[in-house]
Write a protein of this length. Sequence first.
Length: 178
Amino acid sequence: MSDERELDDGLAAFDQLGREMAETNRLLRAVRTDQDTRNRQEQDLSAEMQTALKQATGASQKALQASQTEIRANLLWTGLTSLLIALAGCGAGYYLGHQSGWEQGHADGYQKARNQEAAASWANTPSGQRAYGLDQLGSLDMLALCKGDGWTMERQKGRTVCFPNADAKGNVTGWYIP
């Protein structure tokens, strides 16, 4: 009994497979027909597009020839205008730079001259004369740089202070007085 049932199930499956194959063949024929129709439509459209392309190419070549003549004239004027603008810009830049440099140089020179006049004026005071005498004896650098034996520098109230202290032997060094 079970063999007959299996045989019936197998035959039923085989019949189902046959029906599905027939449906698949029908769908393939429909697709093939649709594909042939599309191919013919594409060929027709391709011919129309080639005709339109030839017309567009001819029109664009005529427009290109006409525009080339116009472009040459425009390029010439554009180039000349750009050259004139560049020359005017260079001239203006030179003039403004020259004026600014002249004024700055004049101001710097005047300031240096004022500083030198003030230094020369101070050098003629008693304090300036003493500083010059210390420099002549070689003591000014030692005093200004805090370089004596045993001398130390410390920061106090945001400024540097030099303290002459005794060295390891107990000696304190000093400087020559003019």
